[in-house]
Design a protein around this ligand. Structure first.
Ligand code: ATP
Ligand code: MG
Length: 507
């Protein structure tokens, strides 16, 4: 075997009382994809931040091409050929896609003027390579999470790094985008690039990785060649036990109709002039879980946002709740009507980074614990404790800053927040994004329980196996239109993909 390009030796990292990494040793080889897996909070991102110079105080040693190094920061790591795509996207909202990609390394013309044309051209090339349909000059603020993720990936590719770290690069991408990314990764491998790849998706890990490292509670469990292991084995190393497949209770769907959506249209035009959501009609019964499938940009998020009153332009069409037509003009209206929405974009809508775990969880439900406008602290803490227990949220106490939690545990806090509002209709946009396999199973069980109590749930997911396992019915969108609706008995991955790309499905 070739010499390792990077060795991390006995890395230990403490955050106050939390030991995030304990003596972890890792060897990374050129031309290989090395997957790092582990439960939420296992220490994956922390290790990657150390390797990319984002965290500089740690114990242990990093060796690159045989030489010990100590990075002073991310720029220093980049100069050593390491670039990283962060789990929590790291773009400047007000700048264009192209400006983000060249931030701090702008191309200039003679006399120092910015060479926008050259940067836009190069950006367009990167996007083409990724199969991304993004205008280089669009402000990142106007891009959906999936597209923002593609911008992050393009930014890292632009550095021509020898070691590329990807921390959950596909969490907001749909199947088709993932395949494009994998083509690019294989190309990079052929050019000798070492790729460190973090993912909770075992199918991805097993299709792209050459070697797999498992972390548990900050410790290295083992590193194995992919060819010598199985997904089941890796998962059991991750969680330290075997995980049973979740069996969902499938409901007969004879509850009362809870939500009726008729010809819902979001009159915001796409590039081709058609509206973002166009004439979508469906029904949801109490106790039912309805899935919404579609490619990136199909209008899944927009459909949920339109129902939740969270769009800038109000939708047209009719929404009825328990048979009564309702006007949902704002998020407040939606909450009053008993609707809860867990957004896929936790950085933008979900998380309050300056606040604690407690505040983030009880933010919307405070009415429940407030008597005459005074928050009863003990009641509030009891709520937080119940929620963090129920969802198994790993945290250092209710007063810990939310940003000290790992990505997956932050996601669980947002879910906890909305469950505390006791909704009758729950809208979940990519609820298991960034959540580990074990915790996913817990969330499915929770959804099952909520449905059994009579809630109606609408969820989106870019993982078809998840929709097929969890939903009673699946609706498919393509460019804002509903192109199919399947019962769980009828639905297959092939039929959903065909409807999502609007190819007439074989019957
Ligand atoms: N800035 C911080 N301050 C305090 N604790 C932190 C900080 N960053 C991480 N931690 C803690 O370190 C541990 C490892 O976190 P890390 O983010 O590396 O997990 P992860 O494996 O990436 O999880 P996920 O799959 O959820 O992204 C967790 O217990 C986390 O709460
Ligand atoms: Mg992480």
């Amino acid at each position: 075997m070739a010499e390792p390009i990077l060795v991390a030796r006995a890395i230990t990292k403490r955050f106050g009382g939390t030991v995030a990494l304990r003596g972890v040793t890792l060897e990374v080889y050129p031309g290989q994809v090395h997957a790092i897996v582990g439960e939420n909070g296992a220490g994956k991102s922390t290790l990657m931040k150390i390797l990319s110079g984002a965290i500089t105080d740690y114990e242990g040693q990093i060796i690159i091409r045989g030489r010990p190094v100590r990075f002073s920061g991310t720029r220093d790591a980049e100069q050593h050929g390491i670039s990283i795509i962060y789990q929590e996207l790291n773009l400047v909202d007000d700048l264009s896609a192209s400006a983000n990609i060249f931030l701090g390394r702008e191309l200039r013309k003679p006399f120092g003027l910015l060479d926008d044309a050259a940067m836009n051209h190069r950006t367009a090339q990167l996007f083409e390579r990724l199969g991304a349909e993004i205008e280089p000059e669009t402000a990142v603020r106007h891009l959906r999470v999936g597209d923002q993720q593609l911008v992050e990936i393009a930014k890292a590719l632009n550095l021509d790094a020898a070691i590329l770290i990807m921390d959950e690069p596909t969490s907001a991408l749909s199947e088709a985008e993932v395949q494009k990314l994998f083509r690019v990764i294989r190309e990079l491998k052929d050019h000798g690039v070492a790729v460190l790849y973090i993912s909770h998706k075992m199918d991805e890990v097993f299709s792209i990785a050459d070697r797999i490292t498992v972390l548990r509670d900050g410790q290295l469990v083992r590193t194995v060649p992919r060819a010598e292991t199985t997904p089941q084995q890796v998962v059991s190393w991750m969680v330290g036990r075997d995980i049973e497949a979740v069996s969902m209770v499938h409901r007969s769907g004879d509850g009362d109709v809870l939500l009726e959506v008729e010809e819902l249209t979001l009159p915001v035009p796409r590039a081709n002039g058609s509206p973002w959501v166009a004439d979508v009609s469906f029904q949801l019964r109490r106790g039912e879980i309805l899935g919404v499938a579609g490619l990136l940009g199909a209008g899944r998020t927009e459909l949920l946002e339109a129902i939740f009153g969270a769009t800038e332009v109000p939708p047209t069409g009719t929404i009825r709740l328990s048979g009564r037509p309702v006007q949902i003009r704002s998020v407040q209206d939606a909450i009053q009507l008993g609707i809860a929405f867990v957004s896929e974009d936790r950085k933008r809508y979900g998380l309050f980074p300056e606040m604690t775990v407690r505040e983030n969880i009880t933010l919307v439900a405070l009415r429940e614990v407030a008597a005459a406008g005074v928050v009863r602290r003990t009641a509030e803490l009891a709520l937080v404790e119940r929620a963090t227990d129920e969802l198994n949220i790993k945290h250092a106490g209710p007063e810990a800053p939310i940003t000290s939690l790992s990505g997956g545990n932050q996601q669980k806090c947002i879910l906890a927040r909305w469950l505390l509002t006791r909704p009758r209709l729950l809208l979940l946009d990519e609820p298991t994004r960034g959540i580990d396999v074990g915790a996913k199973a817990e969330i499915y069980v929770l959804m099952d329980r909520l449905a059994a109590r009579g809630l109606g749930i609408v969820m989106t997911s870019s993982e078809l196996p998840e929709l097929l396992a969890v939903c009673d019915r699946i609706l498919v969108l393509c460019e804002g239109r509903k192109t199919a609706e399947f019962t769980r008995e009828e639905a297959t991955e092939e039929k959903i993909m065909a409807a999502a790309t609007n190819i007439l499905s074989p019957t």
